[in-house]
Structures are given as structure tokens and as C-alpha cells.
Write a protein that binds this ligand. Structure first.
Ligand SMILES: [Cu+2]
Length: 499
């Protein structure tokens, strides 16, 4: 939760301009025109006239202050360090300390003011994607406004008459690929029917980061870090729901790829797009929804099937971490690079000069030259048990920082003649006991998962944990013990806009 902590610290540092209130809806409770429903006494857990607040796992909500009836938010565009998985911190660009930036939640009809400060080293402009607002507020650089220069501020202000799942993002294309996205939920005046018990937001992003590097190559068109809310499996935080809950998951995609998001064990309806709620007559049912670039999709289902169900992008490479063309040799450290060059040269990683220059050319793996000859003999995957044991000390002190060495087991899981089978290895080097890191990603939401679960979670993968009441209560109490301010509990109503 270092992101949340950083975010709160940041909010505190801004002093009186922003409430660092853990419960951002406190203000609305006070201002609700329906005080009879805001207390817990006598009121049903949630009346159908209210929307519940949206929970963005692993991402903070952006607090606001009320200024004469205007909800005022403060966003800072800045370089951030985003830990996508324990030990792997990427240098991204985001907002208020994280990428994606904090989620904004407002009520349909609200007047909002968003103060945007540019702490980036270059100009930037903020776009409110799909908002029907005055042109001068659209954030299109060069037309609706001049870009915000480094160190400058632009104040956006508009009244929002729409409802649904929206988002904000930099309108400088390459900055989008550095992480500059955030969720923007517009709660409807009249709560959607049927009422949902849980409402989640997942933002889909992707980065191309070569091994030994921490900065995305935004010009690359192949991506090897695929994130849900800035995390990759198994560091993504599962969605916790109670058996029988009606659940909404809002999906937003901003990247270079479309993502077919698949849910196990349930059939859902697609109830919303980036244009808001769709008429029930056209809700399609499915278990996989294609979330195209710049699109949002809301899906809803009754969680009537108990279990820890995967929800994930179904593109095979999007269920992987750190994919790169010679990833197997990378994980074998020096032993896998017999051609006399280091892994950086092999991957074309540059420290100086040009990646394709004579000195730094990717001579291994991809090249056709002499240097590639030795490469051909090196397997991509698990070595023989003997060889592996010889290499263990080296691996444990090597670059393999995403692996929990304490849990490493090298018992052979593959057939004795595996290396004779054309195509081997495939998943054997990406998944298996060596990749397990249950303890490193331990958190209340993971409590009770099958031991070793983390070895098969990578990229855009998380769980919807459909829990019977006793297990549900156990986990929610653990969450509250650890994070008492978490406001994902069902009693956090999002009240209607006063009317
Ligand atoms: Cu995908």
C-alpha cells in the first residue's frame, strides 16, 4: 500500500487545498438531502435509490473539497515510481504518485473543478474522455487550449450531466504510454437497476520494458508488462464478493492493444460502455468482453458460484510477465549467454549510443550473425536437475528478483525427454513452483488461496473470490484490521446528488 501512503502524504503536503479524508464521502453524507438513509440505524444496508461507491483495487480515490457547491479536485501530473510486482519498480508518468492516477467519483449533475498541475518535464494537456463539456475544457492541445507548460497549472471546470464509467488521460499520445490515465466515475442520479452489491473498476494498461531497465520504451509496439490498476499478477488485489452478490466490474482500456477480458465460472451481461448505461434490451451476455482501446465496458453478474475465479485478459502474452524474445536465457543469467556478451547487449539494451549501432547491436537471439550460433544450442527452459542445482547459487544472487527464492523448488516437473519435443518449453519456463511468491504478495484479500496459487498468476490476471458468508466475513474483517480506512465495504453508500 505504499502507493496509497505516498498519495495521502502528497495530499497532506498540499495542505488545506485538499482533504486527506479517508472517507471521501463524509462530506456528501453531511450534505445529503436524504439524511434518513445515511444512518445505519433502521435503514436497509443499501436502498435501491443509492449507488454504492466504486472500489478501484490498488488505486486510491481522489479526495475533493466543496467550494461553494463545486467539488474541487487537485491532480498533479508527475513522474512516479510504480511497483508493478514486488521488486519491479517502473519509472512511469502518472498522477498524484501513481499510475494509473487516483479515481475520481462524482454524482451526475455535479459542478466540478479540477486543478491540474504539470510537474512533468514537458508540456501536457488533460483530456476528459467522452465528457460532453464546453470545448475549451476538452483538453485537446493546440485546439481547445495551449498545452500546460512544465510548472504551470490549468483549471478545468464543468457541470457533468452524464453517468457511467469514464476516464481522464493525457492527450499527448506518447505520455499515454507512460501511464497517464485515471478513472472518472459519474454516479447516476437514479441508481441503476438492478442494484449491485459490489462495484469495481479495473484500468488496463501496458508497458514495454526491457530486462534490467525501468523505463518503458513508449516507441516499442510489443508489450511485456500488462497491468490491472498498475499491478501485474500475482500482485493484483483480488475482488472480494459475497456469494449471491450482484457484482459490477467496470473495465477501461488505454493502450495499444485490445483486451478480451474473461471471467471464469459465471455469465455476465455487458450493461455499459464508455457512453454510460446501455438499455437493458441490448445487454449481451457472455463470459468474455472485448475492451477496445479507449473504450470502457461495464459487466454485471450474480456471483452465485462459490470459488476463487480468475478474471483475466485472454491474450496469451497478456497473461505473462516480463515477456521478451530471449527471456529464458535472461533468467539463466550468465550461464545462458555463451557468446561472450552480456544480457544487455543480447537484448539490445543501450547504455550509450544507438541500440542498432555496431557496438550495441542485438547480436544474440535475434541476430543472424556468428554471435547467434551458440545461442541456438541453449534451451529456453528448465535445465537438467543437475545443471540447475549447479546454477542455483548463481541464480539466487542474480537478477531474478521477481522470484521468491525461499520457496524455490527445482524438482523436475517436465518429462525426462522434454528437450526432444519440438516446441518445448512453453509454459514450463513461465509457470511453476519457481515462480511462486505467495508470501511476497500476501495480503488479506489473498487469505486462504490454495498454496502456490501465485505461480500461475501473471500479467492481466486477478481473482473474483466468491466467498460463502463465513469466509467473506473472515476476509473482510482482516481487510478492516489491516486497512481500517478502506471504503470498499457495502455500507459505504454513494448518496444521490442532493435534489
Ligand atoms: Cu490483453
Amino acid at each position: 500500500m505504499s502507493n496509497r501512503r505516498t498519495f495521502i502524504q502528497r495530499a497532506m503536503a498540499l495542505g488545506a487545498t485538499i482533504f486527506a479524508a479517508p472517507n471521501i464521502f463524509a462530506t456528501q453524507h453531511q450534505h445529503s438531502s436524504h439524511p434518513q438513509t445515511s444512518g445505519k440505524s433502521g435503514a436497509p444496508p443499501h436502498s435501491t435509490s443509492q449507488s454504492i461507491s466504486v472500489h478501484t483495487p490498488d488505486v486510491a480515490d481522489l479526495p475533493f473539497r466543496l467550494d461553494n457547491g463545486v467539488k474541487e479536485f487537485h491532480l498533479i501530473a508527475e513522474p512516479v515510481k510504480q511497483e508493478v510486482i514486488p521488486g519491479r519498480v517502473l519509472n512511469l508518468w502518472g498522477f498524484n504518485g501513481s499510475a494509473p492516477g487516483p479515481t475520481i467519483q462524482i454524482n451526475q449533475g455535479d459542478r466540478v473543478r479540477i486543478i491540474v498541475d504539470n510537474h512533468l518535464p514537458e508540456p501536457f494537456s488533460m483530456h476528459w474522455h467522452g465528457f460532453e463539456i464546453p470545448h475549451e475544457m476538452d483538453g485537446a492541445p493546440g485546439t481547445s487550449q495551449d498545452p500546460i507548460k512544465p510548472g504551470d497549472r490549468f483549471v478545468y471546470e464543468f457541470t457533468l450531466h452524464q453517468e457511467g464509467t469514464f476516464f481522464y488521460h493525457s492527450h499527448m499520445a506518447m505520455q499515454e504510454m507512460m501511464g497517464m490515465l485515471g478513472g472518472f466515475i459519474m454516479h447516476p442520479k437514479q441508481a441503476y437497476q438492478p442494484h449491485v452489491d459490489k462495484d469495481f473498476l479495473i484500468l488496463l494498461q501496458e508497458y514495454a520494458v526491457l530486462p534490467n531497465n525501468a523505463v518503458p520504451n513508449s516507441m516499442n509496439m510489443e508489450f511485456n508488462w500488462l497491468t490491472f490498476n498498475g499491478k501485474v499478477g500475482p500482485a493484483t488485489t483480488p475482488l472480494i464478493v459475497r456469494l449471491g452478490d450482484r457484482v459490477r466490474i467496470r473495465l477501461v482500456n488505454l493502450g495499444m492493444d485490445h483486451h478480451p477480458i474473461h471471467l471464469h465460472g459465471h455469465t455476465f451481461a455487458t450493461t455499459g460502455t464508455e457512453a454510460g448505461r446501455q438499455p437493458q434490451t441490448i445487454w449481451g451476455t457472455g463470459n468474455t468482453v472485448l475492451v477496445g482501446v479507449a473504450q470502457a465496458r461495464d459487466i454485471e453478474f450474480i456471483a452465485n458460484n462459490p470459488g476463487d475465479w480468475m478474471v483475466h485478459c485472454h491474450l496469451p502474452h497478456h497473461m505473462m510477465n516480463a515477456m521478451s524474445s530471449v527471456v529464458g536465457r535472461m533468467t539463466r543469467g550468465r550461464a545462458g549467454l555463451p557468446a561472450g556478451a552480456g544480457m544487455e547487449e543480447g537484448m539490445g539494451i543501450i547504455r550509450e549510443g544507438n541500440a542498432t549501432s555496431e557496438d550495441n547491436g542485438p547480436s544474440l537471439g535475434r541476430g543472424m550473425g556468428v554471435g547467434a550460433t551458440m545461442d541456438e544450442r541453449t534451451t529456453n527452459g528448465p535445465l537438467s536437475t543437475n545443471k540447475a542445482q549447479t546454477l542455483m547459487p548463481e541464480m539466487q544472487h542474480g537478477e531474478n528478483s521477481g522470484t521468491q527464492h525461499g520457496q524455490m523448488q527445482m524438482e523436475p516437473e517436465v518429462a525426462v525427454d522434454a528437450n526432444r519435443v519440438p516446441g518445448f518449453p512453453q509454459d514450463a519456463y513461465m509457470e511453476g513452483p519457481m515462480m511462486a511468491m505467495d508470501q511476497m504478495v500476501d495480503k488479506p484479500e489473498n487469505y486462504g488461496l490454495k498454496r502456490g496459487w501465485s505461480q500461475f498468476m501473471q500479467g492481466m490476471m486477478t481473482f473474483v473470490r466468491v466467498l460463502p458468508p463465513d469466509k467473506y466475513d473472515e476476509i473482510t474483517s482482516r481487510i478492516q484490521q489491516k486497512r481500517p480506512n478502506q471504503k470498499s465495504m457495502p455500507d459505504m453508500e454513494h448518496h444521490e446528488h442532493g435534489s
